[in-house]
Design a protein around this ligand. Structure first.
Ligand code: RP5
Length: 164
């Protein structure tokens, strides 16, 4: 199976990124985690990305806050799919990172998830890998069923409490 790369602009993004790491672990998807910054360590970010396909990565997830150019800078250096997580940090609380990540120029796509949306970033990466992997696809289907059942159970509890 191809690996997923998770790149953070700073180790301060780790508390947000952890939910994505947990999701990849739950699906037994191989992954690596790195701290590379589009601004502070652009050479390292570029070197990693240019070798990512040869190093057996299938998807790259990038998490960054504030003037979040990381996902775009990574996407500029690879044709692997890049998923961007805008991280809430600084005075604008993630709106800056959302706009910086989502508003890519035509030709260099970044699939941007919600502010702090690390779980969905991981699930989207898994869905990409599942295009060619029936076991992963089955695990995704099973999760949808159990998630649905969990919501139905909550509905039953609320209805029993308030609808006499
Ligand atoms: C961004 O600036 C990082 O992704 C992080 O979200 C934010 C703050 O970084 P630190 O100053 O905490 O390292 O580049």
């Amino acid at each position: 199976m191809k690996k997923v790369a998770i790149i953070m602009g700073s180790d301060s993004d780790l508390p947000i990124v952890k939910k994505g790491i947990d999701t990849l672990k739950a699906f037994n998807v191989p992954f690596e985690v790195h701290v590379f910054s589009a601004h502070r360590t652009p050479e390292e970010a570029s070197n990693f990305t240019q070798n990512a396909r040869a190093n057996d990565f299938g998807v790259i997830i990038c998490a960054a806050g504030m003037a979040a150019h990381l996902a775009g800078a990574i996407a500029a250096k690879t044709t692997l799919p890049v998923i961007g997580i805008p991280v809430a940090s600084g005075a604008l609380n993630g709106v800056d990172a959302l706009y910086s990540t989502v508003q890519m120029p035509s030709g260099i796509p970044v699939a941007t998830v919600a502010i702090n949306g690390a779980t969905n970033a991981a699930l989207l990466a898994i869905q990409m890998l599942a295009i060619e992997n029936k076991d992963l696809a089955k695990m995704l289907d099973d999760k949808r069923v159990s998630d649905t059942n969990a919501v139905l159970l909550k509905n039953n509890q609320i209805e029993n409490e308030y609808n006499k």
